[in-house]
Structure formats: C-alpha cells, structure tokens
Design a protein around this ligand. Structure first.
Ligand SMILES: C[S@@+](CC[C@H](N)C(=O)[O-])C[C@H]1O[C@@H](n2cnc3c(N)ncnc32)[C@H](O)[C@@H]1O
Length: 249
C-alpha cells in the first residue's frame, strides 16, 4: 500500500490553527489509540462500528469514503461484515501517524489488495470531485472537525444524489443513574487512564470536553439539514453513550 505524501498544511486562520493542533494531538496518541479504544469502551466500540456498517448496508460495486479513518477500523469492518462483495473504500484523515497504522493493518488483513486507498486531508476541504461516492462513514470524527458545518457540506458535495451518510458519535446518556456514573467515568477515570497510557493527558482531557460541547441528536440533525441532507434518522446505542445518524443526499 502506498501512503500519501506528507505535507504540512498552512495554519494562518484560527480554524487552520485549531486543525493543526488536533492533527498533532492525534499523531501523538496514534500508537496507543486502538488499545485505549478497546480498554476505555470495554470493547463496545467494536459493536458500535458493526452497527454503523449494517446501517450503511453496502451493495456490490459501490464506492465509499471513510472520513477520519484513523487506524482503519471502519474501513476494515465494511469488508469484514460484507464478505465477497466488490466494494472500494477511500479513507481520509489529516493525521499521518494514524494513516501509517491504518496502512499496516490493511496490509495484514484479508481485504483484497487495492480495495482500500488512503489520502491525507480534512473533511472541511475534501480532495475529491463532486458526486463520486455512494456512501460516507464518519466514526468519532465529526466532533474533531474545526468546522462541522463545512465538513458536512463537503460530505454532501462529494456524495452522489441518493447517496447515504452514516455518522457515529459520542452522545449524552439520558438515564439518570447511568448519566451520573458515566459523567464520573468520562470526566475522571477516562482522562486519567487515557493520559497515562497514551502519554498525552491533554488528549484524554480533550475527549470529554469535546463530547460535552458537541451538538447531539436533534441539534446535530439540524446541522445535517442545513448541509442539505434529507431522510435524517438517529438512534442511540448503549443507553445513549453513542448515537448513530443516517442521512440521504
Ligand atoms: C477518535 S479518531 C476516530 C478514528 C476512527 N474513525 C475510529 O472509529 O476509530 C478521530 C480521527 O479524526 C481525525 N480528524 C481530526 N480532524 C479531522 C478533520 N478536520 N477531518 C477529518 N478527520 C479529522 C483524527 O486525525 C483522528 O484520526
């Protein structure tokens, strides 16, 4: 697998500066990212991505874009849960360290050679022409966009008419006892363990902060509507720890 050439994006505006900080943060935690995902979600992240791929419902001959591909789990799961289908996936992410790990995992996997390609880039400026994908996935990525509204508009642009977008993102649990326990875990235990294992405490303090500040359910639906999407549905998973959104162009 050939990796995209490293390039240093310009960082002039506040938005570009924020994007640079986020990219460097993910570069720094990439090596421990998978381990921490499994550990901190008690393995539930595997089930959440499987549900996401089910909702995407890939068909033979389709071409997908996985935004914020990270270490490649969603792209690999698209093949894992759809064996024998002739599918291609393009993964995009600004973090070169994440892309390096994704490339290694893809090479070791049983996915047919050339079925997953990788590109360095951000959701806010997707390096692809209009209307070229049948479906788009973003797992735990939208929250990190320097401009979610711009990223969603770009997703709409590169989707074919009738194409579908599926977004998986952390949410805010609604049930009271669980909400209390979750806040305690998410705001205290997770930053401590994540910071210690990754060596970057700031990154695992950023996680609960960014989730707390992110618009969920009806508010996120409004962002999808404003980007042009229709047929928007959402459903909670695991008592509302995460929410899965689907939308059609
Ligand atoms: C929490 S990880 C999720 C990775 C993967 N989708 C998963 O399910 O494990 C977030 C990813 O978003 C990427 N990211 C950050 N800012 C982004 C942007 N503006 N556009 C696209 N991806 C971005 C990061 O580099 C990181 O790999």
């Amino acid at each position: 697998m050939t990796l995209p050439q490293s390039h240093k994006p310009v960082e002039n505006s506040p938005e570009e500066k924020k994007a640079g900080e986020i990219r460097r943060m993910f570069d720094s935690i990439a090596r421990r990212y998978d381990l921490l995902n499994r550990l901190l979600s008690a393995g539930m992240d595997i089930r959440w991505r499987r549900d996401m791929v089910r909702l995407l419902a890939p068909r033979d001959g389709e071409r997908f874009l996985d935004i914020a591909i990270g270490t490649g789990d969603v792209a690999l799961d698209i093949f894992r849960w759809n064996p024998g289908k002739n599918i291609t996936v393009l993964g995009v992410d600004p973090s070169l360290e994440m892309l390096r790990l994704a490339a290694k995992k893809i090479e070791k996997s049983s996915v047919p050679a050339g079925s997953i390609a990788l590109a360095q880039g951000t959701a806010e400026a997707l390096p692809f022409p209009d209307a070229c994908f049948d479906g788009i996935t973003v797992a735990f990525g939208v929250r990190n966009f320097s401009s979610p509204a711009k990223g969603l508009r770009e997703m709409f642009r590169v989707l074919k008419p009738g194409g579908r977008a599926v977004v998986l993102e952390f949410s805010h649990p609604r049930l009271n006892p669980l909400k209390w326990f979750y806040q305690l875990y998410f705001k205290n235990v997770l930053p401590l363990v994540g910071g210690w294992i990754s060596g970057n405490p700031e990154a695992y303090r950023y996680l609960p902060d960014s989730v707390g500040a992110f618009p969920v359910r009806e508010e996120f639906k409004q962002l999808l509507l404003q980007a042009g999407f229709g047929n928007i549905e959402y459903r909670d998973r695991t008592f509302g720890i995460v929410t899965l959104y689907s939308a059609i162009k």
